[in-house]
Design a protein around this ligand. Structure first.
Ligand SMILES: [Zn+2]
Length: 148
């Protein structure tokens, strides 16, 4: 029995479906060829973020940031480090709240950087403030254990 998993392309927004055992084998988008799960931090717009949060079968951690936010820029390398370490189990992505101001309203973001973990169509947990990769990884492990 092979179950299927769904992953939205962070680049073109297409929902891709493939056998679950291919999830860690560098899957690519069937439409645009963009990597779907390569351990890199994808840049999202609000529409794609909403689609990923709702439909995707892998946990998704999103960094709400802005170019004017010093702590956000400072911790970007830590977020990238966490993305490499958590791949292919979890996808990490970021959304620029300056270009996508609707995202702060939609997700009720009061300060940045802020991180929201989505899994199976809903928000699982959130975390605020800049922090090292080890803290992000611990936050994810604890919350994913809790939701199973
Ligand atoms: Zn695509």
């Amino acid at each position: 029995m092979s179950s299927k998993i769904r992953l939205t392309c962070p680049d073109c927004g297409q929902t891709n479906q493939f056998p679950a055992d291919k999830a860690s084998a560098a899957p690519k988008c069937g439409i645009c060829g963009h990597a779907l799960n390569d351990g890199k931090v994808a840049k999202l717009d609000l529409k794609t973020l909403e689609k990923m949060a709702k439909n995707d079968d892998l946990p998704l951690l999103v960094d709400f940031w802005a170019p004017w936010c010093g702590p956000c820029r400072q911790m970007a390398p830590e977020f990238e480090k966490a993305a490499r370490q958590l791949s292919p189990r979890v996808r990490l992505a970021k959304i620029d709240t300056q270009s996508n101001p609707d995202a702060t309203v939609r997700y009720n973001i009061r300060g940045i950087p802020a991180f929201i973990l989505f899994h199976r169509g809903r928000e699982v947990a959130r975390l605020a403030g800049a922090r090292p990769a080890t803290d992000l990884i611990r936050f994810l492990e604890e919350n994913l254990k809790r939701v199973g």
